[in-house]
Design a protein around this ligand. Structure first.
Ligand code: ME8
Length: 511
């Protein structure tokens, strides 16, 4: 039986249309999910939309719509972006679905039965934009006297009856949990932030609201809707079949990886494991908090009018180039500034020149000089062995980096081999060998095909369409494109299709 792997994106608020930030997280998860499938895992990959709460209710009101029709519309935008980005998710969850409401209520009842919830009253600060409660000490006062959350979101003073979750009782257990699971929070710098926050002391968490109605009803107390974060986090177990422990999908829980933006790490690394421990459910294995993309150094926002549309970028530059760029340009975990110039430069240098040309040069020589058939490698030299050795070692090297979600590093490892292969072809000059030693020429070309095959196989998760085209050109049967298949040699003499460039250079229109 294949080992299981469960990966999730955050579920996105449907208060507006998706932008590059949402696409980034989803693409990173898609790359990870595809890599695990390629490496022999049975993967369950979840994404979806977070549709309840005050923020979404307000956005619906501003649009003059009832919340359900409004969320039906905006959720569809996220779903269609997921499809247009060719994301390989296995499920798309909406928190307004019946399965999810039932799951939230079951979790609530379990927490209540375990004496983890009590009725009280909340009096304090709340930021609707973040859907988060803040302590006075976390806020800063602006020159005009208004207070804002660390995220910059305005806060309001809320006084209302509320149920509370006994979060204050979980501080020590959480610290112990982080200690015993050093890889639970990544990257490491974020882990330290979380630990010091927990060490500073946790207060009980308000988990219901009474001042609006757009949410999952609290069981047996219809005046309350659940706090949107309790509702939202529960999506990860809903999709795995909770509360049906006999559900086939329950075999995927606990999740192997929740990928989130750094803005929502606290919810995933503190509240979520605390809720689960309190419900006596297994905790997820890892939460990775990636950084933020800014536009020209500024946070993207609708009001600033600097929101970058992933669809437009995919249409202009090609989906796979966009995927490659997003994961290559900025180390996962760091912030980055989006730049079209940087995207074009990587596309033309690394994709068109380094990889595309290498394949095109090698394959055209085979088409012209080897009758279009895959040659053998009977005249191999030490240089061939060096290059092939480096390419073969990529499997382990890339796997180890993917395990840490070091996507940029994994790509850099692959590019080291691509650059070495370019140096090799220049040095071996198979076009000149044609006249002097045709058998050696055949061997050199075969080495290049073998190296390209390894590279293209490992790059499939990053650029699925382009690498499918490249593997077609290399004559790799579709049944032989898994990592495990790299152990099997391609048969000599196989006819290759006529070579066609996979990565055209991007030429900007003259103004
Ligand atoms: O927080 N750069 O939803 P959300 C990088 N519903 N990533 C970005 C980004 C940017 N500029 N902007 C957004 C929520 N993201 C909750 C989550 S999960 C149980 C509930 C990505 O619509 C990043 O992954 O505000 C961030 O965490 C997520 O979108 C926030 O999406």
């Amino acid at each position: 039986m294949k080992p299981k792997y469960y990966i999730t994106t955050p579920i996105y608020y449907v208060n507006g249309a998706p932008h590059i930030g949402h696409a980034y997280t989803t693409i990173a998860c898609d790359v990870m999910a595809r890599f695990k499938r390629l490496d022999g895992y049975d993967v369950f990959f979840l994404t979806g939309t977070d549709e309840h709460g005050q923020k979404v209710e307000k956005a619906a009101g501003d649009a003059g719509m009832d919340p359900q029709s409004f969320t039906d519309g905006t959720s569809a935008l996220f779903r269609s972006l997921t499809e247009r980005l060719k994301i390989s998710n296995d499920d798309f969850i909406r928190t307004t679905e019946a399965r999810h409401k039932a799951s939230c209520q079951a979790l609530w009842q379990t927490l209540a039965a375990n004496n983890q919830i009590y009725l009280g009253g909340y009096e304090g600060w709340y930021a609707v934009r973040d859907e988060a409660f803040y302590d006075e000490g976390e806020l800063t006062t602006r020159p005009d006297g208004t207070k804002v959350a660390p995220s910059g979101a305005p806060v309001e003073w809320v006084v209302e009856p509320s149920y509370f979750f006994r979060l204050s009782e979980w501080g020590d257990k959480l610290l112990e949990f982080y200690e015993q699971n050093p890889d639970f929070i990544a990257p490491a710098s974020r882990r330290n932030e979380v630990i010091s926050f927990v060490k500073s002391g946790l207060r009980d968490l308000s988990v219901s609201r009474t001042s609006f109605t757009w949410g999952v009803k609290v069981p047996d107390d219809e005046a309350h809707v659940m706090y949107v974060w309790l509702d939202a986090l529960t999506n990860y177990i809903t999709a795995a079949g909770y509360p049906d422990a006999g559900a086939e999908r329950w075999g995927f829980w606990p999740a192997d990886l929740h990928v989130v933006g750094k803005d929502i790490l606290r919810f995933h690394a503190i509240y979520w494991p605390a809720f689960l421990m309190a419900a006596k459910l297994p905790t997820p294995k890892r939460v990775y908090a990636h950084g933020w993309w800014t536009a020209g150094g500024e946070k993207m926002s609708k009001s600033l009018g600097n929101v970058i549309d992933p669809q437009e970028l995919a249409d202009t530059f090609g989906l796979d180039s966009l995927r490659y760029f997003l994961l290559r340009e900025v180390p996962f975990g760091n912030d980055g500034t989006f730049s079209r110039k940087a995207l074009i430069s990587r596309l033309n240098t690394e994709l068109a020149n380094d990889l595309g040309n290498l394949a095109q040069r090698s394959l055209s020589l085979i088409a012209r000089n080897c009758d279009g058939r895959l040659p053998g490698d009977d005249l191999a030299t030490a240089e061939d062995a060096d290059l092939l050795g480096a390419a073969n070692a990529l499997v382990e090297g890339v796997r180890a980096r993917m395990e840490r979600q070091a996507f940029g590093d994994a790509l850099e490892e692959i590019w080291k081999v691509i650059r070495a292969a370019n140096a090799y072809i220049d040095h071996q000059a198979p076009w000149a060998l044609k006249k002097t030693d045709i058998n050696r020429m055949r061997c050199v070309l075969r080495v290049l095909v073998d190296v390209l095959r390894i590279v293209a196989t490992l790059l499939q998760p990053f650029m699925p369409d382009k690498m499918a085209a490249m593997l077609d050109q290399l004559g790799v049967p579709t049944t032989m494109r898994q990592i495990a298949d790299l152990e099997h040699r391609l048969a000599e003499g196989v006819a290759l299709p006529a070579p066609q460039g996979v990565f055209p250079r991007f030429v900007e229109d003259a103004e």
